[in-house]
Design a protein around this ligand. Structure first.
Ligand code: HEC
Ligand code: HEC
Length: 245
């Protein structure tokens, strides 16, 4: 399945607004905006070949993609082409990280697809949402994850925050393809880092490959919202099926 350059970026922005209004629409490839991201000509990855190549990633991301350290993202269950896209952006500098630049620099696009195919077949082991209660402010007495769950499912119209679920799915599984990552089970610290950066305006990709959706979606989040979303997502997974694919 190929999401090619179907729509220009301005269209994607208009759609983001539309999604904010129809808050609780379930993730559905038909209703979610198509972003003009690079989809590349490379052939699908080979998970077997990817397993061997993923040895270089195990120290930080875990042998099966379930990273043990909270600052390293879990890659288990992440979509093959999403992994490919990110690796390509690390290599080109369009996503800025010194560690991953060095690691991606030696990979070909086919390596990226193969590694992506391997990790996409692993099962993400979700963590737990923590039970911390909010001490002050209008949400005092609620748990952080409850605040996160509400935004995830329905957004926050007052601050122009769209329902995350519309693109990332009710169980946080995202969608196959290069664009919509799985978030369910991810380390809260990692998610929180990303949301802080998106809120500050970080965009991954340059020119036609730029994806402004998250810098828009995160603009209206408070610190409390980010903490709530991050802990909610850490525990989010499909009932009876811990994998987010
Ligand atoms: C020394 C530790 C380390 C190693 C080894 C490592 N990574 Fe990473 N990886 C990181 C860090 C740190 C990040 C987050 C970087 C950022 O802030 O963007 C990351 C992020 C990623 C992401 C983005 C994930 C997302 O959810 O957006 C992908 C994909 C990835 N790494 C793949 C790999 C692959 C494939 C390898 C092996 C070839 C590898 N990494 C090896 C530390 C490492
Ligand atoms: C309109 C679709 C859309 C909505 C709504 C949306 N996202 Fe995203 N999200 C994306 C896309 C697309 C990316 C990948 C960006 C890229 O690759 O450049 C992304 C990436 C992310 C990432 C980085 C994942 C990783 O592995 O590094 C996080 C975290 C995230 N979104 C959280 C959220 C949260 C929380 C919300 C709700 C407040 C939300 N998103 C709403 C489309 C969306």
């Amino acid at each position: 399945m190929k999401l090619s350059h179907l729509l220009v970026l301005s269209t994607a922005l208009v759609f983001t607004g539309a999604i904010a209004q129809q808050a609780v629409a379930p993730a559905n490839p038909e209703t979610v905006p198509v972003v003009a991201v690079d989809t590349g000509p490379v052939k699908p990855g080979d998970p077997k070949a990817g397993q061997a190549k993923a040895g270089a990633c195990a120290a930080c991301h875990g042998v099966d993609g379930n990273a043990a350290i909270a600052l390293y993202p879990k890659l288990a269950g992440q979509h093959e082409q999403y992994i490919w896209r990110q690796l390509k952006m690390y290599k080109s500098g369009e996503r800025n990280n010194a560690i991953m630049l060095g690691l991606a620099a030696v990979l070909t696009e086919q390596d990226m697809r193969d590694i992506g195919a391997y990790f996409s077949q692993q099962k993400v082991i979700a963590g737990l949402a923590d039970e911390t209660v909010i001490a002050q402010g209008p949400n005092a007495g609620k748990k952080f994850y409850e605040v996160g769950e509400k935004i995830y499912r329905s957004g926050n119209a007052t601050n122009d925050v769209p329902a995350c679920m519309a693109c990332h799915g009710p169980a946080g599984a995202g969608m196959p393809g290069p664009t919509y990552p799985a978030l369910g089970g991810q380390h809260a610290d990692y998610t929180s880092l990303r949301l802080n950066e998106f809120r500050a305006g970080t965009v991954w990709g340059k020119d036609k490959n730029a994806n402004v959706i998250m810098s828009q979606a995160a603009k209206g989040l408070s610190d409390e919202d980010i903490q709530g979303l991050a802990t909610y997502l850490q525990g989010l997974h499909k009932a009876g099926k811990p994998t987010a694919k």
